[in-house]
Write a protein that binds this ligand. Structure first.
Ligand code: G4P
Length: 529
């Protein structure tokens, strides 16, 4: 087959990544700062800040709403230097859900954003676990350095100690957290001094000073920064791109997104270091080259919450070839054709129609009621089917019951469909019976969507009774289920794929069960297939 150098070259200039962080670490501020640097938006601050913030709406949606853009987008695309950067949204706060994890199946790299005062936080750890499972290279950005926070070396130590990730700083802060003057650029050896602009509204001005001048102007703070960075380099933190690409070490940058400090470094790094799209293994393990005919997979399906408009947008990541609007592609799951007449993509401010998209890009397929999360789409030959998306251990549980008992058939159909789509995981047990399945989710929003769709789409309104379980493990030996099904502190439920989930009220209940039954075969990994 002739190599399509154009697709290869274009794909080689794509950088598709997501930010993984805990709520409030500054993800939306950083997103905005990145877009600002890339000149997608002219002034930051316009949509940011407390005003107009709504708890249940993700910041991303909020940004879009403030700009009058549709809330259905999943990716922000912008140009930087000679690259096209696709930043995929990882909804946090109340929107945190299994979809957030699934987004990580569609990226080539990730930026781990940490709050300098807090370090690694629970949601970051969970998202990082998914990155690790998939060997996704991670760049770490330590944010809010303008505020009092922890010691830079301590933050780096935490990466090694808690997640076994070797930090390789590329910049090092000059001035402790709260007295941020700039960074040592460890590649050039220069002092990059930041100038505050009013409210961080425009890209921060940078002044570059050589080491001699830096020493003369900032004295001991400069010396200390250089010494600390050297210390880390000597203890294994020397930069090595291969280790980054293999996901065993992470380049580290320091900054303050709200002031746009360090954001240029991050963009430069993404462009120069982060991997472009590469051949993707299909379900059989064979790699589909980037320049093969078009293929992609659906990683997120968004259903309109408006009863009158049952619109559904399926977001697909392009894996190979060129996508052209109007193409008729095949859905590998059903074998049916799918016409892509209506396709959209986020481009800066506006939701625009996409005519062409390349590997690494995200396309939004409108009115895609036939598409499900995990579906593979392809054009031409050979056919391809990508592996099904991983399932994640849920953390919240609720018993679903039809409020209208006369709708048992609709109820069953709806539950089956939502389970198949991965809107929620559906769990059952002999003890509970089929009439009252347990919905399991990673975040509360999944319950909302499920309840809404049961009513609006399947005409079977439901009641959800939340269960008090907070700690979950996979039970590896089915013969041990009766042990956990005795009291009220634990229970074993079965997912449609046969996985057994052992639910415990809390860590204490889990600890007790383990003490009483030292042979309990439990697995605590988050990604469970
Ligand atoms: P998120 O999307 O990760 O949840 O975080 P978001 O960007 O909304 O930022 C959370 C808060 O942190 C925001 O404050 C934001 O201004 C602030 N922030 C983000 N980056 C920086 C930084 O580099 N330095 C400092 N000092 N603050 C930063 P807020 O919602 O406006 O109000 P408040 O939380 O300050 O009260």
């Amino acid at each position: 087959m002739a190599v399509d150098t154009d697709v290869l070259a274009t794909a080689g200039r794509r950088r598709t990544f997501a930010v993984i962080s805990h709520p409030d670490a500054g993800k939306s501020t950083l997103t905005e700062a990145l877009a600002l640097h890339a000149k997608v938006i002219s002034e930051a601050g316009a949509v940011h800040g407390k005003a107009g913030r709504r708890g249940v709406v993700s910041d991303w949606m909020e940004m879009e709403q403030a700009r009058g853009i549709s809330i259905t987008s999943a990716a922000l695309q912008f140009g930087y230097r000679d690259c096209v950067v696709n930043l995929l949204d990882t909804p946090g706060h109340a929107d945190f859900s299994e979809d957030t994890y699934r987004v990580l199946t569609a990226v080539d790299s990730a930026v781990m954003l940490l709050d300098a005062a807090k370090g690694l936080e629970p949601q970051t750890l969970k998202l990082f676990e998914v990155c690790r499972h998939r060997d996704i290279p991670v760049i770490t950005f330590i944010n809010k350095w303008d505020r009092p926070g922890r010691d830079a070396l301590a933050l780096c130590d935490e990466l090694v100690e808690r997640i076994g990730l070797q930090p390789m700083p590329l910049t090092w802060p000059v001035g402790e957290a709260g007295h941020f003057r700039g960074v040592v650029d460890l590649v050039t050896g220069e002092f990059v001094r930041y100038e505050r602009t009013a409210g961080g509204a425009t890209a921060a001005a940078e002044e570059h000073l050589d080491a001699e001048r830096a020493l003369a102007e900032v004295g001991p703070e400069w010396t200390r920064a250089v010494e600390e960075a050297e210390l880390l380099a000597m203890s294994g933190g020397e930069f090595d791109r291969e280790r980054y690409l293999k996901a065993s070490a992470t380049p580290v940058l320091f900054g303050a997104a709200v002031l746009n400090f360090g954001v240029r470094h991050l963009l430069d790094l993404l462009v120069s270091l982060a991997p472009p799209p590469s051949a993707r293994p299909d379900a059989a393990g064979d790699e589909r080259p980037v320049d093969a005919p078009f293929s992609g997979f659906v990683f997120k399906v968004q259903t309109g919450m408006d009863r009158a408009h049952r619109d559904q947008v399926a977001f697909a990541r392009v894996c190979s070839g060129v996508f052209e609007r109007g193409m008729v592609v095949t859905n590998a799951t059903t074998g049916r054709p799918f016409a892509t007449k209506y396709t959209q993509q986020m481009f800066g401010r506006e939701r625009s129609t996409v005519d062409t998209a390349y590997p690494g890009d995200v396309i939004g397929l409108v009115n895609a009621t036939a598409l499900r999360v995990g579906d593979t789409l392809y054009a031409g030959k050979p056919a391809v089917r990508y592996p099904r998306l991983p399932t994640f251990t849920p953390t919240a549980f609720a018993v679903a019951r039809p409020t209208d008992l006369g709708k048992a058939k609709q109820f069953r159909r709806g539950v089956e469909q939502l389970g198949a789509e991965g809107v929620v995981q559906v769990l059952t047990s002999d003890r509970r019976g089929d009439a009252a399945p347990v919905f399991a989710a990673v975040g509360p929003m999944q319950f909302e969507v499920a309840a809404h769709r049961m009513d609006a789409e399947f005409n079977s309104p439901i009641r959800l009774d939340h269960l008090p379980y907070r700690t979950v493990r996979r039970l590896l030996d089915p013969a041990q289920a009766p042990i956990l099904n005795t009291g009220t502190r634990s229970e074993v439920l079965v997912r449609a794929d046969g996985t057994l989930l052992a639910l415990f009220l809390d860590e204490i209940s889990l600890g007790m069960a383990r003490r009483l039954n030292p042979d309990l075969a439990l697995d605590d990994s988050l990604v469970d297939n």
